[in-house]
Design a protein around this ligand. Structure first.
Ligand code: ATR
Length: 268
């Protein structure tokens, strides 16, 4: 995706995977400072380092503070290391591209892990009327509520246990978002949803899982006539927003989407 974007933008840049060990702990610091020493323009950071890189950055914004995770680092000309998070705006941008109205809506979020933090922040910032977070481990959902309440005191956030409490919250939900890994290859037959609870055509169902493109949850929602969206768009948009941070140029999103589609079909 990034190689395609650099080519279209005429930048002689490369995007390469670099594996950083979690142990010993100093490796993470060395890797972050190494970006500056080696003349990198920036980096994406993924699991399991999204939180642990934060202490080594010189600057980060409110989104990072609220979500507690960085997915994009940029190295400024003077060597300043800046952390950002494009997951939350990438998710919201994808919903906008799909013409989903968020203001005044009731959202139901399944899961309370790292991606849920970005999703819930994005939904609260976009003006959702209420957000309910259901998670297998309720304490994690409660911890996420504390963060969101601190940043968005006027957005009511409730929590419950997944999947037991789906039935209580499904009816009033306008938008349902799966942030758990249920349904992802190789567990394509698993689903975060309680299939004895019906969905409706006026509901929007978003599954962050993009492999497979149509998860069991999305298939169930589509059969009920709901509007369904796969997480591929969020993947592309978070990448596009990272590209814009590093290059200060508009991202060639068409070329990026095409590259992602091609990689998905090449890898089944
Ligand atoms: P990510 O960064 O992708 O969000 P994560 O932080 O590991 O990954 O979070 C995974 C989420 O999927 C969590 O909400 C997790 O629930 P727990 O907090 O209870 O662990 C959820 N999840 C993963 N496997 C699950 C399963 N078999 N049943 C229910 N929830 C599951």
């Amino acid at each position: 995706m990034h190689a395609a974007a650099f080519a279209v933008a005429g930048l002689d840049w490369a995007y390469i995977p670099l594996l950083v060990a979690s142990e010993p702990k100093m490796r993470i610091q060395e890797a972050v400072y190494g970006l500056r020493a080696l003349g990198f323009q920036g980096a994406n950071v993924t699991v399991p380092h999204k939180q642990t890189v934060i202490p080594f950055l010189d600057r980060f914004n409110t989104v990072v503070e609220a979500i507690g995770a960085v997915n994009t680092i940029s190295v400024e000309a003077d060597g300043t290391l800046t952390g950002d998070n494009t997951d939350a705006p990438g998710f919201i941008r994808d919903l906008q591209e799909h013409h989903v109205e968020l203001e005044g809506q009731n959202a139901l979020v399944l899961g309370a892990g790292g991606s849920a933090r970005a999703v819930v922040y994005g939904l609260a910032e976009a003006g959702c009327y209420s957000i309910t977070i259901l998670n297998r481990t309720r304490s994690k959902a409660d911890a996420l509520v504390k963060t969101i309440e601190a940043f968005f005191p006027s957005c009511p956030v409730a929590t419950g246990v997944l999947p037991r409490e789906i039935r209580s919250y499904a009816e009033k939900a306008d938008l349902i978002v799966n942030t758990t890994s249920l349904g992802m290859i190789p567990h394509r037959e698993s689903t975060p949803w309680d299939e004895s609870v019906a969905l409706r055509p006026d509901q929007v169902v978003y599954d962050l899982v993009y492999n497979p493109r149509q998860t069991r949850f999305l298939r169930f929602a589509q059969e009920a006539g709901a509007k369904t969206i796969s997480g591929l768009g969020m993947l592309i948009w978070q990448g596009a927003l990272s590209f814009e941070i590093w290059t200060a140029q508009p991202a060639p999103t068409g070329a990026m989407a095409e590259a992602v589609e091609k990689a998905m079909s090449d890898h089944g």
